[in-house]
Design a protein. Sequence first.
Length: 476
Amino acid sequence: MSVRYSTLFDYNIGYLYNVKKVIGKIEKDPQVLMAEGYFLKPSIRWEQRIDNGYPNVFYDEAYKEYRCYYTCFIKDQASTEFRLDQRINLEYPLHRYPPRTAGILLTTSKDGIHWIRPSLGICEYEGSRDNNILLTNVHGASVFRDEHETDPARRYKMAMRHDAHKKVAVSFSTDGIHWCDPIDLPNYNAPGDTHNFAFWDDAIDRYVLITRLWAQGVIRVVARSESEDFINWSPPVEIYRGDGFDDQLYSMPVFKLRDVYYGLGSVYHGGDRASKDFDCVDCELLYSLDGLNWERAVRGEPFIPRGMGRYGEGVPDCGCIYASIPVEQNGRYIFYYFGSNGQHTNFRESSLMHASINPDKLAGYAAKSPEGGYLGTCQVKITGDRLVVAADISDSGSLRAAVCRPGSLHSPIKPIDGYQFENSIVEEHTDGEYHISFKTGKLSQLPEEPLIVVFHLDKTVLYGYDGDIEPIRRKK
């Protein structure tokens, strides 16, 4: 990961002309890794509706396997009453049946592609313990292996909604399989009807819980709590809300990359019934420098796009997407997610799927129109000859660079002689990483004064810059 100064952050930019922020090119794999089980042959009778799934995927070095902890309704009469072919023209009759029962389940994989449901022998279901159920009467759980924990009995941690008590709760485990009974949080009772995502934050030496509150009882908002012991938590504080009924954040798992927090916001469209996205869920990328103040990377643009289609058309992820934080494999981020083939509150079946992206290319800038655009760094000090950018250049596109002296807000850019766009040389060194030099001089020969490097983007996305270049920050 060589890019240090991401163009996603405004403080790394000093010049914009005819450009816009865009999401990086994520590569979706159409393969279904694990399909919802009830209608498989043989039937997995306790997997009656995965629904959102709220996946938590990580590679467990201790057991040399990938683990996916997920939420599933193990009793849902509305789902089992109708065959798949009967569902297409029906409305999911949730409130005409007994309450559903949810549980936390585990699926594992040795390679991240082939997943199995291990027989855990923990929870009894229809007279048998031959299933992969970990806990029942809970949902919306997050699970992680806590490497900083000194007590082996608490090595694995879980935060969840304890449905039996209608409270947020936690649980502990030595191996990630055998869990203690849920411990209700003693300090407050957040609704928690979401993916209750917990993690250890080295920046503050505390645990953080991302959960849900309801604004005026009708709008979902993202909330945050902190804890030193994973049992006693601070009151939940709202940290992000969308824009009305059509733009509600249903859940937001969080991960960190180079001290920046990123959120995978599942955005629920629950307002305009005439919209083609009504009752569907998109996955968008958010970011924060402190974990408290959040922004959308590109508002309204999915990070993991839904498939094109409607329920019954054979597209496994055309309705809703709920993602796990990434797993790193061979320098790429793998995002596992549960994709649903129908609307959120209607009949749908969910499948475990995955997509991948270069972590240096989560979001960047591209030209707004065919004539291209310009993006400049903030004021920088150039200390050597190495200048590197992370970019995607299309086959018919180009990237050029010029070194300029800073001007006024309204003045045109003025490249230094010998360092104009036409003199730049752009060479690809690795996948999507380009080194920039100039025909007529070395960067180290430039005057020792504040400068900016301006890039011309033609069918190109620019994600960041690095090298012998140091941004000049304003003093606080």
